[in-house]
Design a protein. Sequence first.
Length: 123
Amino acid sequence: MNEKNSMDQEEIHSKVLRAGRRTYFFDVRSTRAGDYYLTITESKKFTHEDGSFHYKKHKIYLYKEDFEAFNSHLSEMTEFIVSEKGEEVISERHQADYKGHEAIGKEESPSGNNFVDVDFDDI
């Protein structure tokens, strides 16, 4: 059996969650013994000044015997965060209309006023 067929057999079910520059992959895979496990992969895109880019990936392998405890801890932690800080995203970087510091200076200020450079020697 070639490597491609082996990979096709291992991947059983997949879902993708895109979240800004992060993407989460949830993949059900099969062990050699025929049992299933879950891989959760976080992939972040990083762009260099020259326009080239790379991805950093982090994986979690989650097996059936850990599902109940993992779900319990995940629920507890997410509920704690929401109860302490609410559901509103605090970081402006994660807002849908975030432009960054460079874009604000070019278009308009955060208060909505446009600024013009004035040379006081001309007055």
